[in-house]
Ligand binder design. Structure first.
Ligand code: A2P
Length: 273
């Protein structure tokens, strides 16, 4: 197996996370999800990112057990659905669906009901050995600060929408100051960013695909990426991001695509009530 696809980043709690993962948001539970995870593992991915809200943990678990890959080579993330009450009870259900004894990362999916109410039960899930690392997703700077102020064990990850078009520089810098690794979701803009003229021009210059350029822009900064695809060739191509680099000038050209004004916000609005 290529060691490149498992290039890792250190987390503040001493664990480490592979910079490349397969995201399975919007992949229906069933054969399509099992196949996508299988193809990713065959292409060298060792990191899979799912969530209780995606409804496909059982397919992820099935693909993992079919693969026969030793558990300690895998990095599995799931997310607490904050419409439910108890992170401990919910991770027990997740682990049954995933056919695992622990996940590597368990994160609050979004700050519904406020940023802090679930945190002590996230810590409890970690103490019980259900999750090696714990973190959050879609949290703004002030929400991160509120959690840090009451935590015994602070979040080590904040997973947010992040790409050259959503270059949340304020949030990224705050995360770095707080020892929190920012992870990127929707790096490809759920596909929308792939046709952009600037991205395409950089891709032509480096003889890579637009997807590889967008993913490389993140991993070159040490930011983990979780591209979603259900196509075997795309899953494999999206992993080929560690054998080339973007010049400083190309990075800056992409930086200028930011449409958020370098925001410290994690999201443009609330999607929950
Ligand atoms: P598909 O699953 O049909 O391959 P994001 O990771 O930002 O959520 O983007 C995922 C979207 O981008 C999906 O619609 C996926 O489609 C598409 N996609 C993923 N990788 C590629 C690629 N290498 N080339 C073109 N489209 C891609």
């Amino acid at each position: 197996m290529s060691s490149e696809t498992t290039t890792r980043r250190q987390l503040a709690d001493g664990n480490s996370i592979p910079l490349l993962g397969l995201g399975v948001w919007q992949v229906p539970d069933g054969p399509e999800c099992v196949e996508a995870v299988r193809w990713a593992l065959e292409a060298g991915y060792r990191h899979i990112d799912t969530a209780q809200a995606y409804g496909n943990e059982a397919s992820v678990g099935h693909a993992l057990s079919l693969s026969g890959i030793p558990r300690d080579e895998l990095f599995i993330t799931t997310k607490f659905y904050p419409g439910h009450k108890d992170p401990v009870a919910e991770i027990e259900r997740s682990l049954r669906r995933l056919e695992l004894e622990h996940v590597d990362l368990y994160i609050i999916h979004w700050p519904q009901g406020g940023p802090t109410w679930a945190w002590h039960q996230m810590e409890k899930a970690q103490e019980l050995g259900y999750a090696r690392s714990i973190g959050v997703s879609n949290f703004d700077v002030s929400e991160l600060q509120q959690v840090a102020a009451m935590a015994n064990s602070a979040p080590v990850v904040n997973q947010v929408q992040f790409s050259p078009f959503e270059f949340r520089r304020g949030l990224l810098e705050a995360c770095e100051r707080m020892g929190i690794a920012l992870e990127s979701y929707s790096t490809l803009g759920t596909g929308r960013h792939l046709d952009d003229a600037t991205v395409t021009a950089v891709a032509q210059a480096v003889e890579r695909t637009p997807a590889q350029v967008l993913l490389r822009w993140c991993v070159q900064r040490g930011i983990p990426v979780l591209p979603k695809s259900t196509h075997r060739e795309r899953i494999a191509a999206n992993a080929a991001i560690f054998d080339f680099s973007l010049s400083d000038e190309q990075m800056q050209t992409l930086d200028q695509l930011d449409a958020t004004g370098g925001t410290s916000a994690a999201r443009e609005g609330k999607w929950w009530s």
